[in-house]
Design a binder for this molecule. Structure first.
Ligand SMILES: C[S@@+](CC[C@H](N)C(=O)[O-])C[C@H]1O[C@@H](n2cnc3c(N)ncnc32)[C@H](O)[C@@H]1O
Length: 205
């Protein structure tokens, strides 16, 4: 274990939005290094999945963009029109410095998702929903505010999948008939830790 490997071990024990925000604020400076050491694979998988369904000029909202690693993967997959927000200013400072986001802003956990800079062709929540980050209500907020025809790419990691309510929310959404599941694939999340994730793409009908 290296000097960076201490936040990741604690990330799955967060409870309240304040605790989550403070935790990511404290992690911001070392996040990229620690994540890279563990071979963070989910952003590239999400970006490649989205690229199967959206043109490269799609306008994307990268929710919970953190330091912008998810945005970097979207850019590497060919996308260039990307807005992002996060609840943690310290993470956003790093994302801003990458110069890859068209608009980037600080949001409050639990507040309505600001879609006013859209309409968005796609919404991303990469490594954002589940145990250690945003609650399931964030998933519902996104799917309820997606414009018709918009795509939603997101991931649930193994810790999140241990709680059946997350997968059940996807199944219930698709069963309700207003969203279609286009893509679902289980694969590497942190390969250095033998940890995996599901990547999903949903479209609003
Ligand atoms: C594991 S990081 C992922 C960041 C980035 N998407 C990536 O792939 O590197 C989780 C991010 O979700 C953000 N977050 C946690 N709760 C949130 C919420 N309720 N709404 C929006 N973002 C949230 C955190 O501040 C953090 O930056």
């Amino acid at each position: 274990m290296t000097k960076h490997n201490n936040h990741l071990d604690r990330a799955y024990q967060l409870d309240t939005p304040d605790e989550t925000r403070d935790f990511y604020a404290d992690w911001a400076a070392t996040y990229d290094a620690e994540i890279a050491e563990n071979g963070y694979a989910t952003p590239a998988r999400c970006a490649a999945a989205l690229a199967q369904f959206c043109d490269s000029d799609a306008l994307i909202l990268d929710t919970g963009c953190g330091t912008g690693l998810s945005g970097v993967s979207l850019v590497q997959a060919g996308f260039s029109n990307i807005d992002g927000f996060d609840i943690t200013d310290e993470m956003l400072d790093i994302a801003r410095s990458r110069g890859i986001y068209r608009n980037i802003w600080l949001a409050q956990a639990g507040a309505p998702i600001d879609m006013s800079r859209g309409p968005y062709d796609a919404i991303a929540a990469i490594g954002v929903i589940g145990n250690g980050a945003a609650p399931l209500s964030f998933f519902h907020d996104i799917v309820n505010s997606m414009p018709t025809g918009a795509h939603f790419v997101f991931s649930f990691n193994d810790h999140t999948l241990e709680d059946p309510t997350f997968e059940a929310a996807v199944d219930d959404l698709v069963a309700a008939g207003a969203h279609e599941l286009l893509f679902k694939e289980y694969g590497p999340h942190f390969p250095k830790r033998n940890m995996n994730s599901n990547v999903y793409v949903i479209v609003r009908l």
